[in-house]
Design a protein around this ligand. Structure first.
Ligand code: GCU
Length: 418
């Protein structure tokens, strides 16, 4: 569960300029005050909670302190989906008070199964209607990128349907025995540099009347949406009895990959995470010198992080953590950093260093099974709890990637019994 952040915003961490500079990735086992973490208990009870606060304070902004009630309505159920191979449910999740944005959740579960199915929970770019060419999925009024196929004036059109079918390759995953639960990031917050729409006007997370420097950005808002879907899958067991809520894997591509790692790092109910080509602000080092920099990401996407993060634009070496500390918050759960050779913007080699720097924390759990100290060649999956994969090709999510995601989940969840 998400620990409430109440009161944390009042925590007085030093101003960015007063933090000591670390040229390399800081030791994840050293507390902010210099004290060394000596045991698993120290990590769990002191260092991990400290990192939760530090990441919220300086980078992503605080999650809301209040618990949000999630009410679900199944709008449509089709037990004969994919020619009878699956059951599809279209569900509306109302989160919190009336007037707050709703999540349109698309759930597809394999019918051939001897046990509740493990599930891939994904947050998508262009809408559920883009994931499958299926007229029953409403073209919601939600905001879409104009770069999404069929997007006109930031609204979807009939031409949007199925335009990302290959990226998500849902039927192939169903055939592997996994359920899939998907929603559109814009249900929670349109990807625009303002905070007047989506979920943001409903919460200032630092408790100030004006937006504060550590109030949450869009990545935290999207991650909060993932948490609300987990609430639903984990608690509405009548509807979701065909899904195993102890085997939830989150998947996201690029900015949604950053989001899925953040969501999983902050919520232990998520059993496995696959951030794909997540890069800067996700799985790549903020101190990296290849690809996107902290300054560049803040200049291009000023709304993704909290304003405090901008203070590190010209001094990322003063960050009191780097992204290996976020990956380490997953320990000892499996996490796969997946990449593409041509996607140097996401710094695949830097991500491998991030993974190496995470190892001391997994070691505390006797779970450091990375083994390799050199980056694997393209196409070879390192399938440890600290997992790594790089393939040929460009920045994209493909059918082939989904095969690897299923292989990785098979290893850690056990192959679904069909
Ligand atoms: C841009 C951005 C990246 C991001 C990517 C995406 O390239 O700079 O940080 O990951 O968009 O989301 O596709």
């Amino acid at each position: 569960m998400i620990a409430p952040s109440a009161g944390l915003a009042a925590e007085s961490f030093p101003p960015a300029n007063d933090l000591p500079a670390h040229k390399g990735l800081p030791d994840p086992l050293v507390m902010l005050d210099g004290e060394r973490v000596a045991s698993r208990a120290d990590w769990q009870e002191r260092r991990r909670p400290e990192l939760r606060k530090l990441f919220q304070h300086y980078m992503y902004g605080y999650f809301p302190a209040t618990e949000t009630r999630v009410a679900a309505h199944v709008d449509l159920e089709d037990e004969n989906y994919f020619g009878g191979k699956a059951t599809k449910r279209q569900v509306t999740l109302s989160c919190g008070k009336a007037g707050m944005p709703k999540i349109n959740l698309l759930v597809i579960v394999p019918n051939r199964r001897q046990e509740p199915a493990p599930v891939f929970l994904g947050i998508n770019f262009c809408g559920n209607f883009a994931v499958l060419d299926d007229k029953q999925i409403p073209l919601t009024g939600a905001w879409v990128y104009d770069s999404c196929a069929g997007g006109e004036n930031n609204r979807p059109t009939e031409a949007s349907r199925g335009s990302q079918a290959n990226d998500w390759s849902v039927e192939q995953t169903i055939d592997r025995g996994y359920a899939v639960a998907l929603f559109h990031a814009a249900d929670i917050d349109p990807d625009k540099p303002d905070f007047t729409d989506g979920i943001h006007p409903h919460f200032t997370t630092t408790g100030q009347s004006e937006r504060g420097d550590s109030d949450w950005g869009t990545l935290a808002a999207w991650a909060w949406g993932i948490h609300r879907v987990v609430d639903y899958l984990a608690t509405d067991r009548d509807t979701n009895k065909d899904i195993d809520a102890r085997r939830i894997a989150v998947v996201g591509h690029s900015r949604k990959g950053k989001t899925s790692l953040l969501a999983a790092a902050f919520d232990d109910r998520i059993a496995l995470a696959i951030p794909l080509q997540a890069g800067c602000g996700g799985t790549a080092p903020s101190r990296g010198t290849v690809g996107e920099s902290v300054k560049r990401i803040n200049d291009s996407f000023p709304h993704w992080f909290c304003d405090e993060f901008k203070k590190f634009n010209d001094q990322p070496e003063r960050l009191p953590f780097d992204q290996h500390c976020l990956v380490a918050m997953m320990a000892p759960r499996p996490v796969l950093l997946a990449n593409a050779v041509e996607d140097t913007w996401a710094n695949p080699a830097g991500q491998f260093e991030v993974l190496q720097a995470t190892r001391p924390v997994y070691k505390l759990y006797d779970a450091d099974d990375l083994g390799e100290t050199k980056m694997p060649p393209p196409g070879k999956l390192i399938d440890g709890k600290l997992g790594y994969y790089i393939r040929d090709g460009e920045h994209s999510m493909t059918r082939g990637d989904w095969k690897v995601f299923c292989d990785y989940a098979d290893k850690h969840f056990g192959k679904p019994k069909q």
